[in-house]
Write a protein that binds this ligand. Structure first.
Ligand code: MOS
Length: 765
């Protein structure tokens, strides 16, 4: 089934924040944000701005009626800077005017005198100074110190990954309006409507029930709107609170890039030990997470880094420690994979280092150590692994050795073009790692004409969750998808929602919808039993089997003259409830943070990719030739949507690993602050070929209709692009010294190609 939004998307009719018709008298917001990364606010002069025609209000931290606090996990982040600024781009003053232009012009006239303080941008420096967001955490399995003594080979090193700009097509924004009795409605481009509601209540000193947050859909989120949409929603609400007027704030691209946090950069140290058969016996890793200036979601992201630090491998002795380091960058936040990719990169780097030192393909070490069912993760959960199945199927379908020989043959014939390939197995846990967040509700109404309206906590951001939820209802009721409508996400209809995140949205909200639909169907079947029994059976105790199928009632397998709509009307006439609010929590998940052991994930998603690249060794530029994948979808309920998620995730992952380079200078100013200086994959840089083969498995799982979560996992295939490029460079210059430092931009490739030698071997003759 096609994404239900495709019809309005291609016509430009889909409603995003900017498509909401504005009420008369609407005002527009802008902010004055800090030009320095760390400093003490000495004075704020708003006089010139206040005198401008059209300026309706100017607000600072002093105008916050409740708590000046937006930190969701740790209360360490002010909405508007009070006494200190902690990052470039931190909002200090909110300006509201009759037009966007006036609001922004007025913000420029504000003068804030800031006494600069020392700026930290490097997480290791922050760590050395004791600047930690939360205490460090360590995951441990077995005994690494002891295991290293019996290793044949031991390698250590450092690995760095940079951040990543979310670059959702729709920038951050919100539109708030006053309701009666002091209530406020906020239309917000958020993945977490409840986060906006809860935080607005806290900042404004209002009860949560006065705040309605409504989200029709987002033009992309990728994690960037899980927590960081809140600021803009609350700023609008603050102005509405004071002015009793509708207020809109829709960020310009450069404001968005400057003021919002990104994927966390990590710097890590690793040590890996193998026996003579290439079995990994021990792995130690220390992660330094660059959290930015406030916690935001960093503690949870850091936790997932630890969960995924051994990726798709079984390592019997593991010690993984993570530090969340406070720097003066915008608070970094969720980004597709949520710390998982950062953790996986480091063990892949450790394996690559071992392979390079031992002069063997990394795939030999990878394959030797894949997780099997029954193996224990460092956090105590026992794997139900598809890692070997995915790898074997990848080999069977795409012929790893043949590909390798083709590449070797190409490289031996070409001096200035070199190909490289890498295998990238993945393993990603599905569920919020905070157990309590794994809950969802669905409100299903059947109207008297037989049509259905569904509200859940799921936020549609292009990932197709609404289509999947609609499929659930269509399947359970056995009615046409045309009869079903998915409503905008709204905190008055569905309360206390978890954000649409962690790849788990379709599972949680889909399962809640399944429960609600089954409940209503049960009532309808009871009505059918009473109402549509053929005359022949009246008075008999044996009632023939009855089924609601394809919008008709079948008795004994025979179609009756009772339609779905007629049955619904009969139920209504008999005063039977046609609505249901269902609640779903996945079973069996738990986690003990004291012991760092438990069963945090409902299940894992597995897969294996082969990525092949070609490097132009004169220029340092490269192309991704192909990405060939076997992916564990469980049993996909919508292959179009799931393939779309795979392709998008792969390209986004390759972008992170190869070209997307975030640059902050030493003063903490973002230099890559526009699309002219921050390169994202375009149509010319996507892989020439992406093949995704579903792993065929009939195994049961906890996913909705056994269709495993697909949002985040495919991104991690992109990690293979870095290692493929590395291999290509090494075939040009075997002595090349290449730090494990992403993104592997053309500049870095060029440096690597000609590193450590006067003349690379390939150019020597
Ligand atoms: Mo997603 S990175 O869990 O919002």
């Amino acid at each position: 089934m096609k994404n239900i939004d495709s019809y309005t998307h291609v016509r430009g009719e889909s409603i995003y924040l900017d498509d909401i018709p504005l009420l008369e008298g609407s005002l527009f917001a802008a902010v004055y944000d800090s030009p320095v990364a760390h400093g003490k606010i000495i004075s704020i002069d708003i006089s010139a701005a206040a005198q401008m025609t059209g300026v309706a209000g100017i607000f600072t931290a002093k105008d916050i009626p409740g708590e000046n606090q937006i930190g969701g996990i740790v209360p360490d982040e002010e909405l508007l800077a009070g006494e200190h600024v902690h990052f470039c781009g931190m909002p200090i003053v909110l300006v509201v005017a009759t037009s966007e232009e006036i609001a922004r012009a007025a913000a420029k006239k504000i003068k804030v005198n800031i006494e600069p303080l020392a700026v930290i941008t490097d997480p290791r420096e922050a760590w050395a100074k004791g600047e930690l967001i939360i205490p460090p955490r360590t995951f441990q399995l077995g005994d690494t110190a002891n295991a290293f003594t019996s290793c044949e080979f031991i390698f250590d090193g450092r690995a760095d990954t940079n951040g990543q700009e979310h670059l959702y097509i729709e920038t951050q924004g919100a539109y708030s309006l006053p309701l009666e009795n002091g209530g406020i409605r906020i239309y917000s481009s958020t993945q977490g409507p409840t986060a906006v509601q809860r935080t607005a209540a806290r900042v404004l000193g209002l009860s949560m029930n006065k705040l309605e947050v409504d989200t029709t859909r987002l033009g992309g989120g990728f994690g960037g709107k899980e927590d960081q949409a809140t600021t803009w929603g609350v700023l609008c609400a603050l102005a509405t609170y004071h002015l009793k007027k509708p207020v809109k704030f829709s960020l310009h691209r450069m404001e968005d890039m400057r003021m919002t946090g990104k994927r966390h950069p990590y710097s890590s140290d690793f040590k890996i030990g193998l026996d003579k058969d290439l079995k990994i016996l021990a792995y130690e890793v220390t992660f330094f997470q660059n959290a930015g200036a406030a916690a935001d979601l960093s503690p949870a992201v850091m936790e997932r880094t630890l969960f995924h630090c051994t990726n798709s491998y079984f390592v019997p002795n593991v010690k993984a420690t993570a530090y969340s380091c406070r720097t003066h960058l915008p608070p970094n936040t969720a980004f597709r994979g949520f710390g998982g990719p950062q953790g996986m990169f480091v063990i892949e780097a450790a394996i690559a280092k071992a392979a390079e030192e031992l002069n063997i393909p990394a795939s030999r070490i990878q394959e030797r150590n894949l997780l099997h069912s029954g193996d224990e993760f460092p956090y105590g959960q026992i794997a139900e692994s598809e890692a070997n199945e995915c790898w074997k199927e990848t080999d069977r379908l795409y012929q790893i050795d043949t590909l390798r020989k083709e590449i070797e043959s190409f490289n031996s014939k070409n001096r200035l073009l070199k190909k490289g390939m890498a295998l990238m197995p993945i393993c990603f846990g599905i569920s919020f790692t905070k157990t309590l967040m794994n809950q969802a509700r669905s409100l299903v109404h059947v109207y008297t004409d037989g049509t259905v309206g569904i509200s859940t906590g799921a936020v549609e951001m292009g990932q197709g969750v609404n289509t999947k939820i609609l499929q659930v209802a269509a399947e359970i009721f056995s009615i046409s998808p045309d009869k079903i409508k998915i409503n905008p996400t709204n905190t008055w209809r569905i309360a206390n929602t978890s954000p649409s995140a962690a790849s788990a949205t379709a599972d949680l909200n889909g399962k809640a919808t399944e429960i609600a639909c089954r409940e209503i169907l049960k009532r309808l079947q009871a009505v059918a039993k009473e109402e549509c029994i053929p005359v022949a059976y009246i008075g008999k105790t044996e009632i023939p089997p009855l089924e609601v199928k394809d919008e008709w009632i079948f008795i004994n397998g025979k179609k009756t003259d009772w339609s779905w709509a007629k049955l619904v009307m009969a139920a209504y006439t008999k005063r039977v409830s046609l609505s249901e609010l269902a609640h779903y929590t996945p079973p069996n998940i738990h986690y003990d943070q004291k012991k760092e052991k438990g069963h945090p994930f409902a299940y894992h998603v597995y897969g294996t990719a082969i990525i092949s690249v070609t490097v132009d060794c004169l220029r340092g530029i490269y192309e991704t030739d192909s990405v060939k994948v076997v992916h564990d979808f469980g049993k996909s309920m919508n292959t179009l949507i799931d393939m779309g998620q795979c392709e998008g995730g792969i390209v986004q992952g390759i972008g992170w690993m190869t070209m997307e380079e975030i640059v902050y200078d030493k003063e903490g100013k973002l230099r890559s602050n526009a699309l002219s200086t921050y390169k994202v994959p375009d149509i010319y840089s996507v892989p020439k070929e992406i093949l995704v083969q579903p792993l065929n498995t009939a195994k049961d799982n906890l996913a909705i209709f056994r269709s495993k979560a697909v949002g985040e996992p495919p991104l991690m295939y992109g990690i293979g692009a870095y290692f493929a490029l590395r291999n290509a460079v090494h075939s040009f210059n075997p002595l090349a010294k290449i730090p494990f430092d992403t993104p592997m931009t053309p500049e870095k490739i060029l440096m690597a190609l000609y590193s450590n030698v006067n003349t690379p071997v390939a150019l020597a003759d």
